[in-house]
Design a protein around this ligand. Structure first.
Ligand SMILES: Cc1ncc(COP(=O)(O)O)c(C=O)c1O
Length: 367
């Protein structure tokens, strides 16, 4: 160990030293189907209008800390109940961090069904909060309500995270199970609707009847991942306290102007999401038609699939060598053993992916 490494080991909390950094693979030259991005650019006329709008930006000034007009536009386009408050984050990732900072230091735990979005666990652990992962049913990745009931009643978690639809599995949990969790949970329930633009169902209207519920959304998957903006909607009593933990100017000037502009051109984003939903059905059908592949039903802009007769890690690397980057879930193990996740791309990208997968499976399959 070098001298600085020894100092780091003495000074930093063991939870931090034990963490693994969130790995973002190099994407240079690859068809990128790994991160649930919208693959479509804006029409040229829209890009020109956006650049005109950006001329109004004053980069010498701090951004509007309240972002009032942006919040109003977000509420309108996301059917947020009139009386709900909003908290904006630099991506939903920051909102997860803010929520967990508010409870860190209390003797409470955080619970989520797993596999799910890794940041719930990662940030809990970084903040020294006990994290309880309750396995989903392995056959269909639905909530195992016997296990959830038992964990909630015994552990009394302060915060429950439910991704709706869930990542990396793509499914929506049963609404009656969600309602039961809301009734049982002694603390906050965060329903993370990051994939709302691609799902047939939302719990946004439940805010009116559940004061312990907060709904989290992001503009990332709709097509604005580079701008980094998420929001949390719910009762003012929660939002006002959480707002104290938000760094004063967390949403920069360019993001505020750009997201507001994009929302004013919502029909373009909405049409792109419609195309992605349609292509998801095509991709799902093609995957299920391949021998030895099971594609799980998805309500998001990605599809989880399992390989039954080939090694997922090897196929992942084959695809990468063919210039296509997807997500290898094999290292997560458990119910994700031999699973891969592909983001729905452009029609060309999807076809290229299916063709390449077909070839590699033929070569790799053990009969
Ligand atoms: C369920 C879920 N929530 C939140 C996020 C992160 O969203 P953001 O880009 O707003 O930080 C992701 C990203 O993959 C996700 O899958």
């Amino acid at each position: 160990m070098s001298a600085p490494e020894r100092k780091v080991a003495r000074l930093f909390r063991p939870e931090v030293l034990a963490l693994k950094a969130y790995h973002v693979p190099d994407r240079e030259g690859l068809v990128k189907l790994d991160a649930m991005e919208n693959p479509y650019a804006w029409p040229k006329s829209m890009v020109d209008a956006w650049l005109d709008k950006l001329r109004e930006a004053a980069p010498n000034r701090y951004p509007d800390p309240s972002a009032a007009s942006l919040k109003a536009a977000l509420k309108r386009h996301n059917s947020v109940p009139e009386d709900a408050d909003l908290l904006l984050g630099n991506g939903s990732d920051e909102l997860i961090q803010i929520i967990l900072m508010a409870v860190a230091g209390r003797d409470i735990s955080v619970l989520a069904p797993e596999p799910t979005f890794v940041m719930y666990r990662q940030i809990s652990i970084a903040l020294g909060i006990r994290f309880i992962g309750v396995p989903l049913r392995s056959e269909d990745f639905g909530l195992d309500m016997t296990a959830m009931r038992q964990a909630i009643l015994q552990q009394r978690p302060g915060v429950v995270f439910l991704a709706y639809p869930n990542n990396p599995t793509g499914n929506l949990f049963a609404p009656d199970a969600m309602a039961e969790i809301l009734a049982l949970a002694p603390g906050l329930v965060i329903v993370d609707e990051a994939y709302a633009p691609f799902a047939d169902s939302s719990l946004m209207s439940w805010l009116a009847k559940h004061e312990q519920l907060l709904i989290m959304r992001t503009v990332s998957k709709l097509g604005l991942a580079g701008l980094r903006l998420g929001f949390l909607a719910g009762a003012g009593a929660w939002i006002r306290q959480l707002d104290k933990l938000r760094l004063p100017y967390n949403i920069n000037v360019l993001t505020q102007i750009s997201v507001e502009f994009a929302l004013a051109n919502y029909t373009v984003l909405d049409e792109q999401a419609r195309k992605i939903r349609q292509d998801r059905e095509w991709l799902s059908h093609e995957l299920n038609a391949l021998s030895g592949v099971v594609a799980y039903p998805s309500q998001a802009n990605f599809i989880l699939f399992k390989l039954k007769r080939a090694d997922a890690g090897a196929v992942f690397h084959d695809l990468k060598n063919s210039g296509i980057l997807i997500k290898n879930l094999e290292p997560a193990g458990g119910p994700l053993r031999n699973c891969l996740r592909v983001t729905v791309g452009t029609r060309d990208d999807n076809q290229r992916f299916v063709q390449a997968l077909k070839q590699h499976l033929q070569r790799r399959s053990y009969e």
